[in-house]
Design a protein around this ligand. Structure first.
Ligand code: ZN
Ligand code: ZN
Length: 346
């Protein structure tokens, strides 16, 4: 069955997500007032910088900050500055400091009883820095966008190591990589980190995608082709396609997909393939910058490797399976393409 949608004069009017059935309608929201949401983000015009005392007070109990290693569960591994030469945080920090640090989540997402008694929820701390340099407010947190492409790729290498650890547990059948950035995205810790979760059964969201692909063979290829036709593709190179998704969970959702790369995981990618996937994902994260967002990497039997990115700052409402998309979608996608091309030339 083709993906149900309607275009008028070449522009998308509505589209049904073939997996969830949610219908996205493109609407002109330019004249709608978002006063409530915007009001929440009000900040003084010229906010002062946080003092050292304020920074200390905010980070002294952060389990992900250097010096607080004793507040987390036992470390599984770390990556040093020597292993991440692209790290931009060197400055006057000690050279022997870790840059990426991995340990079990104190609060397993899936109870250990269901995974052969082993906690299979992991935390990957992305960087020792909690805030940006000279933060002006407590929301001036380091974001993944500031890590740089090389560092982000190393982060995915760390994820692969974690996935191998999880796979040593024979009760684990699926692994997901998840990131929440910013309080509005549901992040519980402000310090930049990823979560990796091993599950004894396929994750429901991923299983639903695999089921849809089974029932409609070629569905994911069709999605990629349709996005191209609708003018929503951001990049398409090295076997990785990224696009602004009109069938995402939020009005501003982006997917990164390897249509030819099926039934396998991040851990099976060659070095070049990992480069391409990490690069395409990172460039979207760089465009979104410090905005609240989440991303999730989906992998498993019957599916092409892919990631969903959701920008979480914008107002939205999914009412009974209907979602509104801004009519500026096409224009914004073109702007993202231009910004990425500009960034690549730098
Ligand atoms: Zn911290
Ligand atoms: Zn997915």
């Amino acid at each position: 069955m083709p993906i149900e949608h309607e275009t008028r004069d070449g522009a998308l009017v509505w589209i049904r997500n073939p997996i969830t059935g949610v219908v996205s309608y493109v609407v002109d929201v330019r004249n709608k007032s978002f006063a409530f949401t915007l009001g929440l983000r009000d900040e003084p015009v010229e906010p002062p910088h946080l003092t050292d005392a304020q920074i200390h007070a905010a980070t002294k109990d952060c389990p992900f900050c250097p010096g607080n290693e004793h507040l987390s569960t036992a470390e599984l591994f770390r990556m040093s500055a020597a292993e991440i030469p692209e790290w931009t945080g060197k400055g006057n920090r000690p050279h022997d400091q870790w840059v990426v640090r991995v340990f079990n989540n104190l609060f397993p997402r899936i109870p250990a009883e269901l995974t052969a008694g082993r906690n299979e929820s992991y935390i990957v701390v992305e960087d020792p820095r909690h805030y940006v340099d000279s933060p002006r407010s407590h929301s001036d947190l380091l974001s993944t966008a500031m890590l740089g492409a090389g560092h982000f790729r190393r982060l995915l290498e760390a994820d692969v190591r974690v996935m191998r650890l999880a796979r040593e547990n024979h009760s684990i059948r699926a692994v997901v990589v998840r990131k929440n950035q910013g309080r509005e995205s549901g992040a519980s810790q402000p310090h930049p980190h990823q979560q990796i979760i091993g599950s004894p059964e396929p994750f429901p969201a991923v299983a639903a995608e695999a089921r849809a692909e089974r029932e409609t063979p070629g569905l994911f290829d069709e999605i990629a082709t349709l996005m191209e036709r609708l003018g929503l593709v951001i990049e398409n190179q090295g076997g990785v396609v990224s696009y602004a998704s009109p069938i995402g969970s939020f009005p501003r959702s982006y997917d990164v997909m390897m249509p030819e790369y099926r039934d396998a995981t991040l851990a099976d990618l060659s070095s070049d393939e990992l480069d391409c996937f990490a690069g395409a994902l990172y460039r979207i994260l760089r465009i979104l910058g410090p905005l609240p967002l989440d991303y999730e990497i989906h992998q498993g039997p019957g599916l092409p490797l892919h990631a969903h990115v959701n920008a979480r700052f914008y107002p939205y409402s999914n009412v009974a399976g209907t979602l509104n998309l801004p009519s500026t979608l096409l224009q914004r996608t073109a702007e993202i393409r231009t910004a990425i091309a500009r960034g690549n030339r730098r």
